[in-house]
Design a protein around this ligand. Structure first.
Ligand SMILES: *Cc1c(COP(=O)(O)O)cnc(C)c1O
Length: 385
């Protein structure tokens, strides 16, 4: 990955953070290697209680990835094949993939165009007698609108599962993600708020029974050894990853603050360059702490893809999360949805653009990102004249 000082700006930069913590990270790895405890063991147990505490819940169950976390949560609920889970049509594929792979039926609902999160007003008419759970995603690092979702869940006796993969540290009315539903699913994919050096994830919950079941499911459903109570699989978190995550966890709050500062600088730069009508800035809803795992703008006038080409040409990192809504994905065609079913999700897929954001991103780099966008717009205006 290119360094900070080149003309370009990388979409992400894992090396700067690594260099900051290099001695502690390397000591943590060596500690695990020397201990011989490379599968589960004390590092994993310690990380589980530290992350659970950071989420304000009682139990953490470390697992191989955020995707494993979603699967463990859904299997722990002990639902019947064909039971329905409602989720937003605009999220990362894993949210839906885990539901299908657990033998359940994903039922999509549209998003609130302001926050890109599940629109509570659209949820209730998706509920049938087979609905068992709401899979609430906190997309880009900002909490979904929980209050109305809680009321719906209560009224229809639904379990709330959080896909908090992008939102560790985010808050809603002062409560942490992971504590906003019955089970919270976290990812430590390297670009998430708390990133491992490889794959890792965790499920958090206040329910001792679900926590125990998920601990069992992640080791092939074994209890006791070689007696298989559940149809589990290998979903363990690596002890080396757990040790490194323990080094990084104490810095999470500072890094979230840095992400928020980066977001505020982008806001100001977009304003300063008179781009507010071209790049619609992300909106923070009240009573929420947005962790800015991503800084996602909407690009106006159908110019998104042309802008992306220009940014790529100038070596300015950017990414589209996500170019296609889930109800339009090829492998989910059997569900019978059509284009037009979820207009807000489809429009988001056409307009969104994520700019580089990480705690170490420098103001000067952000200036280059926004200057590139401003240059593109000037060119368009000149061409149209
Ligand atoms: C990253 C992510 C996941 C999956 O996490 P992995 O650790 O990559 O398996 C699930 N849902 C959302 C919304 C994500 O962003």
């Amino acid at each position: 990955m290119p360094n900070n000082l080149g003309a370009g700006v990388p979409l992400c930069d894992l090396q700067t953070q690594y260099r900051e913590l290099q001695p502690e990270l390397e000591a943590a790895v060596l500690r695990v290697l020397a201990s011989g405890q490379v599968i589960l063991g004390p590092e994993v147990a310690a990380l589980e209680s530290e992350v659970a505490r950071a989420c304000g819940v009682a139990y953490g169950v470390g697992c191989g990835s955020g995707s494993d976390a979603l699967s463990l949560a859904l299997h722990a609920l002990d639902l019947e094949p064909g039971d329905e889970v409602i989720l937003p049509a605009f999220t990362f594929f894993a949210t839906a993939g885990a539901i299908v792979r657990a033998g359940l039926r994903p039922v999509f609902c549209d998003i609130d165009p302001i926050t890109f999160n599940m629109d509570p007003l659209q949820v209730e008419n998706k509920i049938t007698e087979r609905t068992r759970a709401l899979m609430v995603v906190h997309l880009f690092g900002q909490c979904a609108d929980m209050e109305p979702l809680w009321r719906i869940a209560e009224r229809h006796d639904l379990i709330v599962v959080e896909d908090a993969a992008q939102a560790l540290g985010a808050e809603y009315q002062g409560k942490r993600v992971g504590s906003l539903g019955s089970i919270g699913c976290l990812s430590f994919y390297p670009t998430k708020n708390l990133g491992a050096y490889g794959d890792a994830g965790m499920v958090v919950t206040n329910d001792p029974e679900w926590a125990g079941r998920m601990k069992c499911l992640r080791v092939h459903g074994m209890e006791p050894r070689y007696y298989h109570k559940y149809l589990g699989w290998n979903a363990r978190i690596d002890a080396v990853q757990a040790a490194m995550l323990r080094v990084k966890l104490p810095h999470l709050e500072r890094w979230i603050g840095d992400r928020q500062a980066v977001a505020a600088r982008y806001d100001a730069l977009i304003e300063e360059h008179h781009l507010t009508h071209f790049l619609e800035r992300p909106i923070r809803r009240p009573h929420r702490r947005h962790t800015f795992n991503q800084y996602v703008v909407r690009v106006a006038n159908g110019q998104r893809d042309a802008l992306v080409r220009q940014m790529k040409a100038e070596n300015i990192g950017c990414e589209i999360y996500y170019p296609l809504a889930l109800h339009q994905q090829e492998c989910l065609r059997y569900l019978g949805y059509r284009s037009g079913d979820f207009p807000a999700s489809e429009e988001a897929a056409r307009q969104v653009l994520a700019l580089p954001i990480y705690p170490e991103l420098k103001a000067e780099q952000q200036r280059r990102v926004i200057q590139c966008c401003a240059g593109f717009l000037r060119q368009q205006v000149r061409r149209a004249a």
